[in-house]
Design a protein around this ligand. Structure first.
Ligand code: AMP
Length: 224
């Protein structure tokens, strides 16, 4: 299946993409993860996007589309993908469409993960991520087995720079502004689907699988 996962920061896109990848084998790409990785490496791309990412502003469309086009050309995405955090604007959505149409790989759907704003703020302010593998934790609802250490790779857990309270508010405001035209874009094409992201990740996962199976994007579990 080929889908884009939409939703505000804190909606649980990253967590859902992680579980879908692990259990259903659908590879995922997160633009945010790529950018943070490049910033840590101090690469040319990292230097270009650093000031946008740390302040919660959007990286310019042309640059993001360029990075994504390069990613989607990789062999591991030939059979399908789940994009997390991209597209964020109508311009990016149009850029993605152009590339996928050229490659004759149309999108199956745009899945919008919803959550009320107070919950988004609680999730983001308590979020911790692994400095090495980027696994997500939460100080109350998704604690690691060992305090401050990642369950997968034992590396240190940190607060993302853009999860500071002032930056969270800025990101949510910006997201609100950009989301409406983006949702309208996919709605017009008959590609928009919604999943309620409230509750534990397992509940969001169950709702996602029901949607994927219902649409015929994946085979129902247990069938050959
Ligand atoms: P995320 O991990 O998805 O919350 O993204 C972290 C940050 O990376 C965002 O606040 C932006 O600065 C940047 N970013 C990620 N994806 C995009 C995108 N599709 N367009 C523009 N900026 C992005």
């Amino acid at each position: 299946m080929r889908i884009v996962l939409l939703g505000p920061p804190g909606a649980g896109k990253g967590s859902l993409a992680f579980v879908v990848h692990k259990r259903l084998g659908v590879p995922h790409v997160s633009t945010g993860q790529i950018f943070r990785h490049e910033i840590r490496r101090k690469s040319a791309l990292g230097r270009r996007v650093g000031r946008y990412v740390s302040s919660g502003r959007l990286v310019p469309d042309s640059l993001v589309v360029q990075v994504m086009v390069a990613q989607l050309g990789k062999q591991r995405f030939a059979k399908g993908f789940m994009l997390d955090g991209f597209p964020r604007t109508k311009g990016q959505a149009a850029g993605l469409d152009r590339v996928l149409t050229r490659r004759r790989l149309p999108l199956d759907g745009a899945v919008y993960l919803t959550s009320p704003e107070p919950l988004l703020v609680r999730r983001l302010s308590g979020r911790r991520i692994c400095v090495r593998c980027e696994a997500n934790y939460h100080i109350r609802t998704m604690k690691p087995k060992r305090v401050g250490r990642c369950d997968n790779c034992a590396a240190r857990l940190v607060t993302r720079k853009d999860d500071q309270p002032a930056t969270i508010r800025q990101r949510l405001r910006l997201d609100h502004k950009n989301t409406k035209p983006l949702l309208a874009y996919y709605q017009r094409r008959g590609l928009l689907y919604e999943i309620n992201g409230v509750g534990h990740i397992e509940r969001a996962y169950a709702r996602a699988v029901a949607l994927f199976e219902g649409q015929g994007w994946i085979r129902p579990a247990g069938r050959a």
